[in-house]
Ligand binder design. Structure first.
Ligand code: CS2
Length: 513
């Protein structure tokens, strides 16, 4: 495989059959989706409108989970219609699941856009899938290739290895490892520094590095982390990155329920081919990228990406309104025994609570967009949450709460305290997270969270009494900023909310907030 020529056939095509079986579920009577079988797909399936064989890899993407495949890869599929140098090399840091599912399919997979009349689309933008832990040389070659001009990223909040203050956590085991072994990194930050170092040594321009994760000021935060890492390794490299590399902020949005076996079966029926890992999302999709002076950018706007000088305000509105409401709905809904977002929205008390939370508590903390625009945005989010075509599991949103709460709710709470606004509803959402941990532990369920072990200890020790339980949760590392964890008014509101849920149950507690 050459790093600069046309994309080679997918690496690892001879994947073992057991991985296929594991991901395939019941739909085994159809042939497997691939370049060869694609012409036999059902006629109404939308398929790549370009010659895949003549495309070249120009983008390295870290973290090709369902969100990437449903979102950025969809935009790149359209870019490839006009610009053949934009194909994607999809890099998983450790897991081989995506590579093993996509390699036998030549990188092809199905995207279902969900609404009353779903659309099936086969996406061809991923031309290569790699696992960095298994193929570090190939990943380095892609990052250092002259054709590669873009690196995009969706590794979720925890993939950035940040501490509670949003700075690179030098105590993180992967970061400590990567500083000792920069040629064989494990972390995203280590890989970005490695790629930039190789380009620097070869006299190539840095790639445009585009974080697409739900972090406030994602580009700025990523740049700080990469610079901090590089400064410890090689000050000259850090200076070059500082001067030359660009890390635009972005806002990404599309609700993407995880793939389940029902989806695999229905896609096989509709496609008339087996797809080991189709992905689904709502039809609504949005990507806002900050304008930069980087020379080798794609023609973003031609495929519906918005370029903007001021992404922060939109990003903040999305993180606080959509993601904040999502998390509140997840914890309260799960405590109430509900399973999906649409079910939670069909519960009148919960829907009314979420609407008030968004309009009365979150909106006033947002400077922009203003007034009517913000009200329309809130309405559209509520409408999207109600989408009956989606089975979006609340549990999926509840994962990684220790990483999500600070970004989605605690900033809003800090602003509400500053502006002397009521805290009851916001506190109820945070208290619901604590009860959620307690209830999962009581049910013997695993806590999916980087702080899972510490949270499980809190959950085991919790009694349901705020005076006993709150200090344990508030003292967890990296979640509650010290000034918030000690703020008397916040502690009072949180204690009231926590005890109210314990005494009355989640739905009755809503009525009082
Ligand atoms: C969700 C997000 O899983 C979650 O935590 O809140 O993935 C949400 O669906 C997306 O950010 C929507 O763009």
């Amino acid at each position: 495989m050459t790093a600069t020529g046309p994309a080679a056939p997918m690496a690892g095509s001879a994947v073992d059959a057991s991985a296929d079986q594991a991901t395939m579920g019941a739909a085994t009577s159809f042939r497997r989706l691939s370049e060869r079988t694609l012409p036999h797909a059902a006629p109404d399936v939308v398929r790549p409108d370009y010659d895949r064989a003549s495309t070249r890899i120009g983008t390295v993407h870290f973290g090709p989970g369902a969100f990437h495949r449903a979102h950025q890869a969809f935009y790149f599929d359209r870019l490839l219609e006009q610009d053949t140098g934009r194909a994607i090399c999809a890099v998983s840091l450790k897991s081989s699941l995506v590579r093993d599912a996509l390699a036998p399919q030549d990188g092809l997979y199905t995207l279902i856009e969900l609404d009353a009349h779903p659309t099936l689309r086969v996406i061809g933008a991923i031309r290569e899938a790699l696992v960095a832990a298994e193929d570090p040389r190939l990943v380095s070659a892609r990052l250092a290739a002259p054709d590669t001009s873009l690196v995009t990223i969706t590794v979720t909040e925890k993939g950035y290895c940040l501490d509670g203050g949003g700075e690179l956590d030098f105590d993180h085991p992967d970061i400590a490892h990567d500083l000792r072994h920069p040629e064989g990194p494990r972390s995203l930050i280590g890989w970005l520094a490695r790629g930039l170092q190789l380009r620097h040594e070869r006299g190539l321009a840095p790639c445009l590095i585009v974080s697409c994760d739900n972090l406030p000021d994602n580009g700025v935060t990523l740049r700080r982390a990469v610079l901090a890492f590089a400064a410890r390794r090689d000050p000259a490299l850090a200076r070059w990155i500082e001067e030359r590399a660009r890390f635009p902020r972005t806002m990404v949005d599309s609700i993407t329920p995880a793939t389940d076996s029902a989806l695999r079966s229905s896609v096989a029926q509709a496609l008339q081919l087996q797809d080991a890992w189709p992905v689904q999302r709502e039809r609504f999709v949005q990507w806002v990228v900050e304008e930069t002076d980087a020379a080798t950018q794609p023609d973003w706007e031609s495929v519906g990406v918005t370029l903007s000088r001021d992404v922060s305000a939109y990003e903040r509105a999305k993180l606080r309104l959509l993601n904040g409401a999502h998390s509140a709905l997840a914890y309260l809904g799960l405590l109430a025994g509900l399973e999906t977002v649409a079910q939670a929205m069909a519960e009148p008390m919960l829907r009314a609570f979420i609407e008030r939370l968004m309009i009365e508590d979150i909106q006033p903390t947002l400077g922009a967009p203003r007034g009517a625009e913000l009200a329309a945005y809130t309405r559209s989010i509520l409408y999207r949450f109600e989408n009956p075509a989606m089975r979006h599991q609340l549990a999926q949103i509840a994962w990684d709460g220790s990483q999500k709460l600070p970004i989605r709710l605690l900033g809003t709470i800090a602003d509400a305290i500053r502006d002397r606004r009521p805290l009851a509803r916001l506190a109820l959402a945070v208290a619901a997270w604590m009860h959620f941990i307690r209830s999962r532990v009581a049910l013997g369920m695993p806590i999916v969270d980087p702080l899972g072990e510490q949270l499980a200890v809190c959950g085991r020790r919790a009694t349901g009494d705020s005076r006993h339980d709150l200090p344990m949760f508030l003292d967890l590392p990296g979640i509650f900023p010290a000034n918030l964890a000690r703020h008397a008014e916040f502690i009072r509101a949180l204690g009231d909310a926590y005890d109210s849920i314990a005494a009355r149950g989640p739905l009755a507690a809503l009525a009082l907030a």
